[in-house]
Design a protein around this ligand. Sequence first.
Ligand code: FE2
Ligand code: FE2
Length: 282
Amino acid sequence: MPITPQELIANLGDLPPLPQVASQVLRVSADPDATAEDLRKVISTDQALTSQILKISNSAMFGMVREVTTLTQAIMTLGFSTIKSVVIASSAKNLYHRGSVGLQERLIWEHALIAAIASRAFAKSLRFPRVEEAFIGGLLHDIGKSVLGVKFPERYGALLRTVYNEGGVCLNLELDTFGFDHAMVGEALVGKWNLASSLQSAVRWHHDPIHAAQDHQELAAIVALANQMALEEKVGIGDPQHLEGASTQAMEILRVGPEALAGIKEGIRAAIEQDKTMIAEF
Ligand SMILES: [Fe+2]
Ligand SMILES: [Fe+2]
């Protein structure tokens, strides 16, 4: 009897945990009674995270107008839900950058950041209300690639080189090699991290948003468009042409036509351009 992707993923062994401080931040920011002081206390136990939050608070990415110098100020100005994005971004970065950071890891991480920015911008333009969730969805959509890179450095490295040099289709090569793909692995990780089911679904279906459960299709569709856009901007490993099917599904789900989409993309390109310095530093 063939084994299921879930069983194969179970055989991946332990998935990397979400750092403790990050899960505490998620818990506090989800608590309606929590105060900025509660959040500050949790974050300030982690020096690296604190300085990263200050740095990011001052980047164009979060549209700050005056300089943020303290954690309390950052929390008050950015708000709980944006702080949550920053903390997840910081944890994701550590995972994307596990082990040695070669060209491939760098490209995958930059692709994730561009997709996150584009995702948030698509959400805003399309009046999808949960813009920070869109940001996190974009950021984590390919996190399964990092897990595969950590678990199978040789085999996955070779696979990515084939995609990069010969224009192979990543998903097909993954399925041939492992019996599952990075979207399945990413879903398992996001599930293990106890993030929202909408995020699990967006990660799982970013190549086929039409297969997401009805309630989660819009988020999956936004991430699908952002993923293609990041590749169109030449950030990442893969050919944006291979994502035409995903985009067509996404446009149907979001009820947006080609002309409107082109207009939205024009605006997003400007946002990406503005954030490029931040991306280099993050
Ligand atoms: Fe992907
Ligand atoms: Fe991607």
